[in-house]
Ligand binder design. Structure first.
Ligand code: PLP
Length: 410
């Protein structure tokens, strides 16, 4: 009886408007591929370097020294020792004073973006989004009934001239953007890092048009040779930007921990919207201890070298096997390479042909708020084992050659 009662029609009738917009597809719930695939698909950390020992050591310290607080509710803003450690570390890294009341701990940056959207968005609001972009965040913004306006990027990142045009268009219509969502550093999927002059211009525009920047910094600390320019949060002096950061890529995705930093009044309203009794007190204190001991920073230093070597290996493979069919710009950090294919080699066909050869890649309209996909492929070099990268590129090159040959014979 239960099964027929809960049929698709009944579900559609009872679920909220927001659930209707999101539809029945569960994010990232697909069963793992049973084949022994080479995955260039997911933005996931390198497996051999996952910091199990660091976390066990920090957890031991927490249980020995801080067990009561670690095993109780710690409130919606998150555990004070972690917020304190983040405020101190951020003041140092951002170069502006960051106080504890500007910091809220969240269950991963996806959660932080969700809280931000919940706090600020009503149906019919407008959000400007970099295009291409991270599909998870665009899905969240869309679910609140907001309209997303795609602002294009070039090889350097967001086109600030086009951003200005869109802000002006809204102003002419008597409206303003609720916020601008962007990933300025080691962008997902495009890999690029926005230069300083464009960052400064973005902050000026946010001030001028009375809006806010939501800066998603999931990959910001994973730079290879030189640190990126100051964050939009820092350039705005912490007033016209909220920065959402994550421990997922620098420690482990399974922790489900991240943090938001912004104007304290806004962070406080974001905390007021929440009712989840806060993120994990225990894990928050464990990560706080990993920060205080210096272990997290040493780990991040180590990761920078690992991801740089993986990128080098992938670029070698691409030059050897794929170069006739695509171009790319080397990212300065992060997890992704964004390949551009010529019009005659559709990325969708390359994805399908690569998939048949057991190589999984990302492409397509999912990265675009307006659904107008360009002919690009996203390759993650972070997760794939080092020794599989060359073979993956080899098979990808074969897939590209097949698609090109098919197109030529038409
Ligand atoms: C740009 C970006 N933002 C946010 C997230 C969400 O990460 P998490 O919730 O694990 O911090 C991801 C994950 O891939 C991402 O790529």
């Amino acid at each position: 009886m239960a099964e027929t009662y809960w049929d698709a029609n009944h579900l559609e009738e009872v679920v909220s408007q927001r659930a209707k917009i999101l539809g029945p597809t569960v994010w990232a719930a697909a069963a793992p591929d049973p084949r022994p695939v080479i995955s260039f698909a997911g933005g996931l950390p390198d497996i051999p370097s996952l910091p199990g020992e660091i976390l066990v050591k920090a957890a031991r310290w927490v249980v020995d020294n801080d067990a009561k607080e670690a095993l109780e509710y710690n409130g919606t803003f998150g555990p004070r020792p972690l917020r304190q450690a983040l405020a101190e570390r951020s003041s140092r890294l951002e170069g502006i004073p960051v106080s504890m009341d500007q910091v809220m701990v969240v269950s991963g940056s996806a959660h932080g973006i969700g809280i931000m959207a919940e706090t600020l968005l009503d149906p019919g609001d407008t959000v400007l989004v970099e295009s291409p972009n991270f599909p998870g965040s665009m899905r969240t913004i869309r679910s609140f009934g907001a309209e997303q306006v795609a602002v294009p990027m070039d090889d350097l990142g967001l086109r600030v001239d086009r951003l200005e045009e869109e802000l002006q268009k809204l102003a002419d219509a008597g409206k303003r953007a609720k916020f601008i969502y962007c990933i300025p550093t080691h962008q997902n999927p495009a890999g690029c890092t926005l230069p300083l002059d464009r960052r400064e211009r973005m902050v000026e525009l946010a001030r001028q048009y009375n809006t806010l920047i939501l800066e998603d910094d999931a990959y910001g600390e994973l730079w290879f040779d030189n640190p990126p320019p100051p964050s939009l949060f820092a350039l705005s002096g912490g007033d016209h930007a909220v920065k959402i950061s994550s421990f997922s890529k620098v420690l482990a995705t399974g922790l489900r921990l991240g943090w938001t930093m912004g104007p304290s009044a806004l962070v406080s309203r974001m905390a007021a919207v929440r009712f989840d009794m806060g993120s994990s007190s225990f894990l928050g204190r464990v990560v706080g201890q990993a920060i205080r001991s210096g272990d997290m920073d040493r780990h991040i230093e180590n990761l920078r070298g690992i991801y740089k070597r993986k990128l080098d290996r992938m670029e070698d493979g691409l030059r050897r096997y794929c170069a006739p069919y695509c171009t790319w710009h080397r990212p300065e950090g992060g997890f992704f390479l964004w390949l551009e294919l010529p019009a005659g080699i559709p990325s969708r066909d390359v994805q399908a042909a690569a998939n048949e050869k057991g190589v999984i890649i990302g492409q397509g309209a999912q990265f675009f708020a307006d659904g107008r996909a360009t002919n690009h492929v996203r390759l993650a070099f972070s997760y794939v084992p080092m020794e599989e990268i060359e073979e993956g590129c080899h098979r990808l090159g074969e897939a590209m050659a097949e698609v090109a040959a098919r197109a030529a014979s038409k």
